[in-house]
Design a protein around this ligand. Structure first.
Ligand SMILES: N[C@@H](CCC(=O)N[C@@H](CS(=O)(=O)O)C(=O)NCC(=O)O)C(=O)O
Length: 213
């Protein structure tokens, strides 16, 4: 059986967990703290990041957007990408924005872990500008959707990516006012979170034991 190396808060890993569940692929979930020295993650990914999908023959598939691409190629049913080229490219563009917002949040999170005098306010502000800009973009896209889902009115990686970011953002920055500022985005997100495979993969905080920065 395949193993997915994951972390309890990981938005990137949550996309893959939902995709595997939607495709009915059984897997063992191995929860790690990739920032701790004891993690096994570097044994499976030279970039030392999770998620990593470990196949039966030991091959490792890593980088969440690539894992999803790989799953669509190897296990195309049920498809998590639209059938038309423009729809597929749009769904991947949505994932680019969501992954980029996650990346910015991770950078800002670890900047805040430094001693206060070593933190760069302009650097943190730059990261948060990306999150605010991304939220605006997601809100615009969601306002243009027809039904419950973002594209083709069926579940695609665009929905997985948005829910993964917003679900993580809601626990990482609970006091942010995005749910008031963008009510349609909040309603769309709540609709996704009510789905079984989203309910089963809700993020939770992790404890990082080792000093990272
Ligand atoms: N681009 C990667 C990002 C993955 C990533 O940053 N994972 C974090 C953990 S989490 O933020 O998803 O919880 C990690 O392993 N970080 C360890 C490191 O960067 O060395 C992907 O999409 O898979």
């Amino acid at each position: 059986m395949w193993t997915l190396i994951s972390a309890s808060p990981s938005p990137y890993a949550r996309k893959v967990r939902i995709a595997l569940a939607e495709k009915g692929i059984p897997f063992t979930l191995q929860t790690e703290v990739p920032w701790d020295g004891a993690t096994v993650t570097p044994q499976y990914n030279p970039l030392e990041k999770l998620p990593v999908l470990i196949l039966d023959d030991g091959e490792c598939v890593y980088e969440s957007h690539y894992i999803l691409e790989w799953l669509e190629a190897k296990h195309p049913e049920p498809a998590l990408l639209p059938s038309d080229v423009d729809g597929r490219l749009f769904a991947k563009k949505v994932e680019v924005v969501c992954d980029g917002m996650c990346d910015a949040m991770v950078i800002a999170f670890f900047e805040r872990m430094r001693e206060p005098e070593k933190q760069s306010e302009p650097w943190k502000a730059r990261q948060m500008r990306k999150v605010e800009g991304g939220l605006r973009q997601l809100s615009t896209w969601v306002d243009q959707r027809q039904g419950q889902y973002l594209v083709d009115d069926r579940l695609t990686i665009a929905d997985l990516a948005i829910a993964a970011f917003l679900g993580w953002f809601a626990i990482r920055w609970s006091e942010h006012g995005w749910q008031t500022q963008y009510p349609a985005l909040k309603q769309y997100w709540e609709g996704l979170e009510a789905l079984p495979h989203f309910k089963e993969t809700r993020p939770s905080p992790q404890t990082i034991k080792d000093q990272v920065v």
